[in-house]
Design a protein around this ligand. Structure first.
Ligand code: AMP
Length: 568
């Protein structure tokens, strides 16, 4: 039976096993991505049991890459990049250079060509966006200065890789690979351009494309989306977004002779040009996530686990480049630019892994006959192991930071728990979150000279509060060590002004356990959240949307007299 429907069997086996392995990985606090790769190994030809259709899996993976790269383009923000360019650009460039040179050296030691070495080295130099964003989000570092630098740095790496994707086929044709067939650049062939000619032509094409993007992206696409939104059909709207994305991707592939992955990246950048379109494009992200999983599964299928045992040394050397050399290079650069050690360590740890871009490069390298299959195996193994090691790397830097910062701290504390000094305040109010809601509450308390303490995850906000002489604690209030430092046992009230109900619930639960008399006021956005927070011990839960409605009704009532006289 399953032989009659190989496509369905492949999708079901891929998604089903990815779900199982992903959940197991999550249980062990490893990113689920590792689970998806292992699911691929399990259904791959190198392990016994069910073997999925490899050709089909590869084509499904291609869809996954298109959607992944579309997402990368959609998130590609020039402004974010510009705000940290002073450190991100030189940092990424030096790090790429170090990783590429070391990769090249390793490749030459293994007897590969220089071309193979360059592809291999480049693949080792670029970190995975998926892994990096997850790691930063998990540690609530996204809005911190360190987080922004890490993301900007990654964007520069991505850009360099995009350039590599464009230029590889051109370079390959001069390296004795079969690039000529893939360049499909009639102009270059007709005029018999040399390597420089092809490179210049490619760059000109990119410039033309960007000009086109600004016109189509800013004018035409928003106009189409606006028109479709008028029809009132959500289904049609989503379809429009997806169709536009795929058409641009496919069109630019044909027009420019670039890979589909790159076309999709351009499509994402085009949709980003208008903020409204960008929001609309987010609608395609669930689809992307599903197909991205299939991409990782199919990558796993290519991996021969025995190759690790057969030849462990090349893998160990590869891992050394990814985890140790890249990190040391990043650390040094960040320190040279006079950023604090904690920033340097966080950035090093975030980038000490490789992922989807490396797979895409490896695939292209093999297709162009630049990279031997053994190179792809090494890149895959390097990715799987470096992603698995990443949480450990973060744990190591946490430990290192606590060690290094200890001598300056006044009270010595055990190395395992973070030494956050407990506030001297008593009978105070603890205010968690200083955003749109919390800042209003905090300013009111400040004016009244009421004793209070703010907890914020954003270091910028904490710095500003401290400047104003307001006691503020930087950290995630969900963490026991942070909450303990607010001295909830001696506090009068706790105001939880953060939007996320599961986190708020955790805080309510811990604070209630610490102090039975504490007045706890929390924020919610739905009735279910209100029930959840009250169930855990919140005294009062204010539902944002209900208060907005109340404000609107008040406004209406204020004008009611006019309206009624007019009606009468
Ligand atoms: P807003 O939704 O504008 O009121 O912003 C919420 C604020 O709460 C933001 O400034 C976040 O940085 C902050 N925040 C969110 N979660 C936490 C948390 N678990 N602990 C401390 N601060 C938080």
């Amino acid at each position: 039976m399953p032989h009659d429907t190989p496509l369905i069997a492949t999708i079901v086996a891929g998604l089903g096993l990815a779900f199982v392995f992903g959940t197991i990985a999550q249980r062990f606090r490893i990113p689920p991505l590792v689970g998806y790769l292992l699911a691929g190994v399990a259904v791959g030809p190198f392990t016994p049991g069910f073997v999925a259709d490899q050709a089909l899996a590869t084509e499904l993976a291609e869809l996954g890459i298109i959607l992944l790269m579309f997402g990368v383009g959609l998130h590609f923000s020039l402004n974010d990049l510009l705000s940290v360019r002073a450190i991100a650009v030189p940092g990424a460039v030096v790090q790429i250079a170090v990783a590429t040179l070391m990769g090249l050296g390793l490749a030459l030691l293994m007897g590969w060509t220089i071309g193979a070495g360059l592809v291999f080295g480049l693949a080792l130099s670029v970190a995975s966006t998926v892994v990096l964003l997850r790691a930063l989000q998990e540690r609530r570092l996204m809005d911190t200065e360190r987080g922004k630098i890490a993301v900007g740095w990654l964007i520069v790496e991505d850009l360099a890789m995009v350039l590599a994707l464009v230029l590889f086929p051109a370079v390959a044709s001069f390296q004795g690979g079969n690039g000529v067939a893939l360049v499909s650049d009639p102009l270059a062939v007709r005029f018999g351009f040399g390597l420089t000619g092809v490179l210049v032509l490619t760059l000109i094409k990119i410039a033309v494309f960007i000009a086109l993007m600004l016109v189509v992206g800013r004018r035409l696409i928003p106009w189409i989306l606006h028109y479709i939104a008028h029809t009132g059909s959500r289904e049609l709207f989503r379809l429009t977004v997806l169709a536009i994305a795929l058409c641009i991707a496919f069109g630019s592939t044909k027009l420019f002779g670039v890979s589909l992955a790159l076309g999709a990246f351009f499509a994402g950048m085009m949709l980003r040009e208008s903020p409204l379109s960008q929001r609309a494009a987010q609608e395609t992200l669930p689809l992307r996530d599903a197909f991205a999983v299939l991409f990782f599964v199919s990558v796993g299928m290519l991996f021969d686990p025995l190759s690790v045992i057969r030849e462990p040394w090349p893998l160990i050397a590869t891992l050394f480049v990814i985890v140790v050399s890249k990190s040391l290079a990043a650390l040094l650069i960040v320190l040279v630019f006079r950023h604090p050690l904690t920033t340097a360590l966080t950035i090093s740890a975030s980038l000490a892994q490789i992922g989807e871009f490396s797979f895409i490069l490896a695939e292209l390298g093999v297709a162009l006959n630049l990279l031997p299959k053994a190179g792809r195996d090494l890149i895959l193994a390097g990715a799987i192991f470096s992603i698995m090691l990443n949480p450990l790397v973060f744990a190591a830097i946490d430990w290192l930071t606590s060690r290094l910062e200890k001598p300056q701290a006044s009270s010595p504390a055990p190395a395992t728990s973070e030494p956050i000094p407990i506030t001297g305040l008593t009978d105070h109010t603890i205010l968690v979150g200083y955003g749109r809601v919390g800042s209003l509450v905090g300013d009111a308390l400040h004016q009244r000279n009421a004793p209070f303490l703010a907890v914020e995850t954003s270091d910028d906000t904490v710095a500003k509060l401290k400047e104003r002489g307001i006691e503020a604690l930087m950290g995630n209030a969900v963490r026991a060590s942070v909450l303990r430092a607010t001295n909830p046992a001696a506090a009068r009230a706790l105001v939880i002004a953060i939007p996320e109900a599961f986190e708020a619930g955790q805080i309510v639960e811990q604070a209630r356990a610490a102090n039975a008399d504490l007045q706890i006021i929390a924020r919610a956005h739905s009735d279910a959240e209100v029930d959840h927070l009250k169930g855990l011990g919140a005294d009062i839960v204010i539902m944002g949307e209900r208060e907005i409605a109340r404000g609107m009704i008040e406004e209406l009532e204020r004008r009611q007299p006019d309206a009624s006289t007019q009606a009468a």
